[in-house]
Design a protein around this ligand. Sequence first.
Ligand SMILES: Cc1cc2nc3c(=O)[nH]c(=O)nc-3n(C[C@H](O)[C@H](O)[C@H](O)COP(=O)(O)OP(=O)(O)OC[C@H]3O[C@@H](n4cnc5c(N)ncnc54)[C@H](O)[C@@H]3O)c2cc1C
Length: 414
Amino acid sequence: MIVGASLAGAKAAETLREEGFDGRIVLIGAEPDRPYERPPLSKEYLRGEAGREKVYVHGEGYYAAHDIDLQLGRSAVSLDPGAKEIELDDGERIEYDRLLLTTGARPNRLPVSGSDLDGVLVLRSVEDSDVLRDRLSRAESLVVIGSGWIGAEVAASARQLGVDVTMVGREAMPLERVLGPQVGAVYRDVHADHGVRMCMETGVEAFEGVGRVERVRTSDDRELACDLVVVGVGVHPRSELAARAGLAVDNGILVDEHLRTTSPGVFAAGDVASARHPFYDRRVRVEHWSNALNQGPAAARSMLGGREPYERLPYFFSDQYDVGMEYTGLAGRQDRVVFRGDPAAREFIVFWLSGDRVVAGMNVNVWDVVEPIQQLIRDRVPVDVDRLADPDVALEDVRARTASTPIPSERPRA
Ligand SMILES: Cc1cc2nc3c(=O)[nH]c(=O)nc-3n(C[C@H](O)[C@H](O)[C@H](O)COP(=O)(O)OP(=O)(O)OC[C@H]3O[C@@H](n4cnc5c(N)ncnc54)[C@H](O)[C@@H]3O)c2cc1C
């Protein structure tokens, strides 16, 4: 039984069959659509450059062909781990031997007056994206609340569609919370070059208008006239089902490195899972596509008795205008930033270092470097910062010559 028919859930079902499981597979999804991928919803799908067929995880006939009982438009409302049963919203109870929870995350709303006005939107589902595309086609001005990934990507797509955009963000730079101020400044310049107005270091006091949103009042008392608002202020893991059933939950469903929850026979994966990560030796909850893509299959293998821990490094990508990037690893606010290449040219790699070790790297319009970046992170060896910053030195050759490099023996060989 898999609850949550999205990327992680669909990939888990696929993997169960690939691994030879021939028992019953039930994949329950609250949404009316068969499993789809969300990244295009703020990019090419939102802009109308890609159709529905492009976003689905599998072709239409896939689930029937693989004997996967896909039940759409149905929600699991309770879980009884003792009886090994879930209850659906229409009262039906279904028994399971193993259960995977891939219930994902839902977007946060702003608890301010006017949040329920027409034209104040969030973006999570394909329906949200359809509504937003339709509204953008008629809008002159959009205010994006939040300068994280969703805010930045929606801003970029809306500008590409010719809509006026103002971004409101708590921090000084877009994407500052994840990337820090130096790299955030690169994105500030990218957006400014495309005509996005920034209204930073402030929050939202209220959305105002008669019947529909007409302006945003900021915490520093500015008034931003608009005919559309997208709120992109983070997501919250959908762990209520697990919590009510008594599973351990703390910012997501707690799972070990095999994606097992605290309840025997119940697993969790994707955005909803806070998973013990062997490399970091702590729990990490990753809200990104690649995690859902890979954790679903890993959970499926664990459900079948596999013993391999999930230890992929966090990875995500983003596309804004003609600036594509990939980020891998996990950096903290205190980590040192080292650029390799010229950020102003928007073709560079940036590393985050803790002491003299690389903990994260991001390649911007530079491709096929994720593997060596991941190797540097995994190696945990000191690097020579000058060589790291030099695009002419191969990433494989940036290790520092320090005590941790094995010292060749002075003894003559026999
Ligand atoms: C607009 C947008 C753009 C994005 N772009 C990127 C990007 O560029 N790069 C990147 O790395 N990541 C991106 N992401 C993040 C990425 O899409 C998510 O990390 C990924 O979708 C997580 O997949 P998931 O399967 O864990 O959960 P979700 O995609 O959240 O799916 C969970 C599913 O479970 C269903 N569900 C929940 N509760 C129940 C229940 N009780 N019963 C039945 N069904 C239930 C939900 O309806 C939903 O369909 C983006 C996300 C969005 C919204």
